[in-house]
Design a protein around this ligand. Structure first.
Ligand SMILES: [Mn+2]
Length: 479
């Protein structure tokens, strides 16, 4: 019931913008992750040809000052995608007279009386307002699991142009980027969108080995995957992996060319699966070697855009490296941008390895300039050594790595060129990170923080760096 109502609501909102015809000057503000970039791709497709001026900003975080700076903007419409619901109180405060459309799936901070009434099917009054919010949570739909930001944008865009169904793979990239396909695959609206994309002949679902890059990487590289090794010893290099394959009679090369998984015969695939199962006898779930792969059919084998999961990772990379537009136009199948995005992602991997090595080095030296270590926490202040957009990714990888101590809180930070300190918080224990930030900011009046219980972030003015560090250490020492 609530799903139908939500879809009805999107329809009337979509029709409102459709009937406006050309929209003149439109500003799009979206989030700097795979979901935000795919959201922006869909909305670009819709609004760019329908406006005289169209401008896009992709932000890591929508800060109060970003909203405040729009006060003097000259745009006729401001569209927020994959963000905005959490900041709507400030949008209302600073931009009360602007025309605003929010297409988001994050938790809503507060609902107005009119928004509460949408659940009862009362749309008319709300549609007259100049600030319109479209969010599944308003209808009791779980935006964390049932639909992504790009999913909301897709349904909206479909009302305006039916041909958008040809882009129904894009919301799936967003949903996978936001990890909405775990625990048994897509559900609810995500599942409906998946089915649409299958019906359109765009996407195919395959059950194959749980390996990242299974279609795009040569077999030997694939099995050496260090991030999430399917084979316990696979990170121990080439020779061992080669022996493993040869032991099963699977050739690693065809002539001079490395072979790919998709080139294996059925018999070879069986052998490989058996071989992998043998290496996993001591693992927690030895038979957990398969996963569902969503594949874009029009993409060539060996392309990094073939698997939706890889596509999402690529978009994240483009965002983190400050080139979200490469990812955005790659979504819209711009050939040149796809080449640029693939080149960029190679740098991304090298940068990450570089940062991980740097952290290893300063930790082993116990370099007091960058490292604050105790039995309860580890703080890494990357200063200018680490790109500020990478502190979150870095914190996630570090906290998941084998040699990171259990039960500790990890804080990573780096400086932005605009004189801010960007901070990420992760834990390998049972800490509630939101509460930790609450506590830190209780006696610290600068900057902003947000996020989830298990992954949080903050941003503070750089001239308060020392103060922030002292306050953090004070709080973290008592957890
Ligand atoms: Mn999202």
């Amino acid at each position: 019931m609530s799903k139908e109502l939500f879809l009805d609501f999107i329809k009337v909102v979509g029709n409102k913008y459709k009937s406006k015809g050309n929209l003149k000057k439109v500003k799009l503000i979206s989030h700097l992750d795979a979901d935000g970039i795919s959201s922006a791709a869909l909305l670009t497709k819709i609004f760019k040809p329908r406006s005289s001026i169209f401008s896009t900003s992709i932000l890591n975080q929508l800060r109060t000052e970003d909203i405040e700076s729009m006060k003097d903007g000259f745009f006729d419409l401001y569209v927020f995608s994959d963000l905005g619901s959490g900041q709507i109180d400030r949008i209302r405060k600073f931009l009360p007279d602007k025309n605003i459309l929010i297409l988001d799936h994050h938790e809503c901070v507060e609902l107005t009386k009119e928004e509460e009434e949408l659940k009862d099917g009362k749309f008319d009054n709300y549609l007259k307002e100049n600030i319109i919010q479209v969010n599944p949570h308003m209808f009791g739909i779980d935006g964390g699991r049932e639909i992504s930001g790009a999913g909301v944008c897709f349904l909206f865009s479909l009302v305006i142009d039916k041909k958008m169904s040809k882009l129904s793979y894009i919301p799936l990239i967003g949903a996978v980027g936001d990890v909405q396909d775990s625990d048994g695959g897509f559900v609810s609206i995500n599942k409906d969108i998946l089915e649409m994309s299958i019906k359109e002949g765009l996407v195919e679902v395959k059950k194959d080995l749980r390996l990242f890059g299974i279609y795009s990487k040569p077999l030997i590289m694939l099995l050496q995957n260090v991030q999430d090794p399917l084979i316990p010893y696979s990170s121990e290099k080439f020779q061992k992996t080669m022996n493993f394959l040869e032991g099963m009679g699977i050739k690693m090369k065809e002539g001079n060319r490395f072979r790919y998984y998709y080139e294996l015969s059925d018999e070879e695939k069986k052998k490989l699966e058996m071989g992998i199962l043998m290496t996993r006898k001591d693992c927690k779930n030895p038979s957990d070697i398969y996963s569902t792969h969503y594949i874009i059919k029009s993409e060539k084998e060996e392309s990094a855009f073939k698997s939706i999961k890889e596509f999402a990772t690529l978009l994240n990379g483009c965002g983190r490296l400050g080139k979200p537009e490469y990812g955005l136009y790659a979504c819209l199948n711009d050939k040149k941008m796809k080449v640029e995005a693939s080149k960029l992602i190679k740098t991304y991997k090298t940068d990450l390895v570089h940062y991980l090595n740097w952290v290893k080095k300063v930790r082993s030296e116990n370099n007091k300039e960058f490292v604050y270590d105790s039995d309860k926490y580890l703080i890494i202040n990357g200063k200018e050594e680490i790109l500020h957009t990478m502190v979150g990714t870095l914190a996630s990888i570090l906290s998941k790595s084998k040699d990171f101590p259990k039960g500790k809180v990890l804080m990573t930070m780096a400086r932005t060129p605009k004189k801010y300190l960007k901070i990420s918080l992760r834990t390998t224990g049972n800490h509630n990170l939101r509460e930790i930030f609450n506590e830190i900011f209780k006696n610290f009046d600068y900057g902003e923080y947000g996020g989830h219980v298990s992954a949080s972030g903050a941003i503070v003015p750089l001239d308060k760096e020392e103060e922030f560090l002292n306050r953090s250490i004070e709080v973290l020492s008592k957890i």
